[in-house]
Design a binder for this molecule. Structure first.
Ligand code: ZN
Length: 264
């Protein structure tokens, strides 16, 4: 609590997101100058930084129902109602993807909706396709173009369950990051993803695991904790787990059947 800067400024949003970064810094300055770090803010845990969003007042999402409430705020769009230039640019009209994608409902993310927390303090933004529109939105204040998101609700719900399980074990529930989730066909191809990757359908997420056990390093021991929870509690036979030994990355998805692999 005393080290207001050190504690508060570990906010998640301080990634490469200029807009979020600006907000994070101003939130830190504001809270620090107000002396709010240790007093008068009991409802808001500052263990890892502010548990609410300064702009919206939104609390971190700690329940599966909370995830669903956030998802309900987003407009649903049928495949055939998507803007055609978007569909073409992202190659979602290409075989063999189109057939499966055509049955999906997309979430429309407009303006600052992308900054809403959806699982813990992970934001909608963390699950969006990291394409040129996403990069532009992160690099500038231009938020004019809506983004469309495929996201199996089981993914953010599972992240919430993972965080709660880690918390119950008195581990660091926030010491991991969402690297990538939805990857439309073109992005998946350019990123070198598997040709039938579940990321294409918004059914998969990649995590990067940090110092879960708080021993000072992010290593295989931290990863083993998360893998164990995914294997025995969270995914089990309902989906795939990419274990990628030698890295801090884990993939999981809900493909409806068991799959395990170790190499990319
Ligand atoms: Zn993956």
């Amino acid at each position: 609590m005393e080290d207001g800067w050190g504690t508060l400024c570990r906010c998640r949003a301080s990634k490469t997101k200029l807009m979020s970064l600006g907000r994070t810094i101003s939130a830190c300055v504001l809270l620090w100058t107000m002396g709010a770090c240790g007093t008068g803010a009991e409802a808001v845990s500052v263990e890892h930084g502010s548990r609410f969003d300064r702009e919206s007042g939104q609390l971190a999402v700690d329940t599966e129902q909370g995830v669903d409430e956030v998802l309900r705020k987003l407009r649903r769009v049928r495949y055939r109602d998507l803007p055609q230039p978007y569909v073409e640019r992202t190659e979602q009209n290409m075989a063999p993807f189109k057939k499966r994608l055509a049955r999906r409902r997309y979430l429309e993310v407009r303006g600052t909706q992308r900054l809403m927390f959806i699982a813990g303090r992970f934001r909608i933004d963390d699950f969006l396709a990291h394409d040129e529109v996403w990069r532009r939105h992160n690099a500038t204040y231009d938020q004019s173009e809506p983004q469309f998101l495929l996201l199996d609700p089981k993914l953010p719900r599972t992240i919430v369950r993972l965080q709660n399980a880690l918390r119950r074990r008195e581990l660091d529930a926030e010491a991991f990051d969402v690297r990538e989730a939805f990857r439309p066909p073109r992005l998946n191809r350019e990123d070198g993803g598997a040709s039938r990757s579940r990321h294409i359908y918004g059914e998969a997420v990649d995590l990067v695991i940090g110092d879960i056990n708080r021993d000072g390093t992010a290593d295989a021991a931290d990863k083993a904790i998360v893998l164990d929870l995914l294997e025995h509690k969270l995914v089990r036979n309902r989906g795939g787990i990419g274990r990628y030994p030698g890295s801090q990355t884990i993939h999981f998805d809900f493909r409806g059947r068991r799959a395990r692999w170790d190499s990319y």
